[in-house]
Design a protein around this ligand. Structure first.
Ligand code: NAD
Length: 490
């Protein structure tokens, strides 16, 4: 079963920071794949813009090297590569200077086609670039602006950033990427909930016991330690990815699939989160740093050794969150994320309540509660765990098995990367999978008091050995409620 490919309208993608890591690892490969699948119109152009001096030819060589490095060999098609590289142009400009913008305007011409400006640069440049684009007449309705985390480091800075961008672009032109929303499994969560009659009647506190959301990485901070130290797990992961996933699990059914109908419902979830403050920060949160241990590459240093100085920045956070509304009252949402954990694994686990009464004798075994497990990475999949009778003679013996819809086995071909979907959604003008200004701010409004409460109560920064599932305090956080983390075993 191969998906139908619908080409998009002609466009120019302008990547500020076109020689950076994000462009190299994600943006250029994503657009290459879309070209390979025949989704880019002949006229589509990609313009890399950054400070360094390059010719178009040198930029094409840079892009070719990046593609050969980041696209698997068996997915490089020489004809596509040639066609793709011919679409590339390069413009050397320092976005804080006045020079170069006229050249960009000239290159774009006055054709009736979408201009998507992707700001793959630090957030301190979002304001200056937006201002310069307006000054040079490049913010009309053909223009779209794409920005990505970090979108602020607290509510105040996020509001300032939104104001700076909003002074030059309408909200309908601004696409705030959270690449987790572009993942197939995440969109599948919407399909499962709202295209099936089966789940929604059970999707509430009468039938769901609790929800777990885990985003675990095995990598450490490496040579990005100084940069990471300013953010930590809370700003880097919780405020955006984990809270967006929580919203999609918890939101009410939207009236329709429009971007704003969905985003309105997500916003209501964010505003329903029970505050965490000095009174409950001790029982509802855990923060920790990894110490020396094992990574996929063997022995690894601890966070403070990599950083080279003292810091209370958390590389691991676990939170017991509560959505205070009719649907979810009494259902905890356990969130956790960390670096240098035992496995690279992101998943959402919906744990249903146990059956109300066991009719089978003790020889049959105890029924295990049903779980719906949505695996985001690696190997995106959806598994519904149920109890069945163990086949064969021997009487009634219960067995816990998954109804498995592993994408790699069920669907032909490669599962597209989240950026492929999102980059073309920008061209289509579809904001469904992008965060609206008020969502970002509402998420910070919940996060900021947690930082304040940590400071106010001198909340300890626990430690965990690199290569484990986090500190013992995280296990205690969930086991106090007689529940257990799902450590990738299901
Ligand atoms: P990078 O340092 O590798 O690249 C930055 C790019 O910006 C370079 O091309 C550089 O030439 C250009 N640049 C910097 N100052 C400029 C100026 N004054 N004028 C013109 N060009 C300028 O950074 P990166 O890793 O690609 O990240 C870019 C942004 O995206 C950062 O804010 C980062 O936090 C965010 N981000 C990156 C990733 C990733 O996977 N790398 C993921 C999510 C978010």
């Amino acid at each position: 079963m191969t998906a139908q490919i619908i080409p998009v309208d002609p466009f120019d993608y302008i990547i500020f920071g076109g020689t950076g890591d994000l462009a190299k690892r994600k943006l250029l490969p994503a657009l290459y794949h879309r070209d390979h699948d025949g989704q880019l119109p002949d006229e589509a152009r990609l313009i890399g813009a950054s400070r360094s001096k390059h010719s178009d030819k040198a930029y094409r060589k840079f892009a070719e090297d990046a593609l050969r490095e980041f696209v698997p060999d068996d997915q490089i098609d020489e004809d596509t590569l040639k066609r793709f590289l011919a679409r590339l142009h390069y413009l050397s400009l320092d976005v804080t200077d006045d020079d170069g913008w006229d050249e960009l305007k000239k290159l774009l011409g006055d054709e009736d086609r979408i201009r998507a400006f992707y700001l793959a640069v630090g957030p301190n440049l979002f304001g200056p670039i937006s201002e310069a684009l307006e000054k040079h007449g490049l913010t009309d309705t053909r223009s779209r602006l794409v920005i990505e985390k970090p979108l602020g480091r607290d509510l105040e800075s996020a509001q300032a950033l939104n104001r700076e961008v909003g002074a030059h672009f309408d909200e309908e032109q601004v696409f705030r990427i959270d690449h987790y929303l572009g993942k197939e499994t995440v969109q599948n969560l919407l399909a499962l909930r709202f295209a099936n009659a089966l789940f929604e009647p059970l999707w509430n506190n009468a039938h769901i016991d609790h929800v777990q959301i885990t985003v675990a990485e095995t990598v450490g901070v490496g040579d990005r330690a100084e940069y990471y130290d300013k953010a930590g797990a809370m700003r880097d992961m919780v405020q955006n990815h984990l809270m967006q996933l929580l919203c999609l699990v918890a939101m009410e059914p939207p009236a329709n699939g429009d971007a704003d109908s969905i985003r309105d419902e997500k916003l209501k979830v964010l505003r329903s989160l029970a505050p965490i403050d000095a009174d409950n920060v001790g029982s509802s949160t855990v923060r920790a740093q990894y110490r020396a241990g094992a990574g996929p590459e063997g022995k690894v240093d601890g966070y403070l050794d990599e950083l080279g100085h003292e810091s209370d920045t958390a590389t691991f956070v676990a939170i017991k969150a509560e959505v205070e509304n009719w649907r979810w009252s009494g259902v905890p949402f356990y969130l956790r994320t960390g670096k240098r954990m035992a496995e690279r694994m992101s998943e959402i686990v919906i744990s249903f309540k146990p059956v109300p009464h066991a009719i089978f004798g003790k020889d049959a075994g105890t029924p295990i509660s049903n779980q719906l497990v949505l695996r985001l990475q690696p190997d995106e999949s959806v598994k519904q765990w149920i109890m069945i009778k163990d086949p064969g003679p021997g009487g009634m013996r219960l067995k816990h098995v998954p109804l498995d819809m592993s994408f790699a086995q069920t669907f032909d071909g490669r599962s597209p990367d989240a950026y492929e979907r999102l980059l073309l959604d920008v061209i289509r003008g579809n904001q469904t999978l992008f965060m609206r200004r008020d969502e970002v701010e509402a998420a910070w409004a919940w996060i900021d008091p947690i930082f304040d409460a940590w400071d106010e109560t001198n909340h300890p920064v626990a430690t965990y050995t690199a290569g484990t599932w986090g500190p013992s305090q995280s296990i205690a956080l969930i086991e106090r409620d007689s529940r257990t983390w799902n450590d990738g075993t299901r």
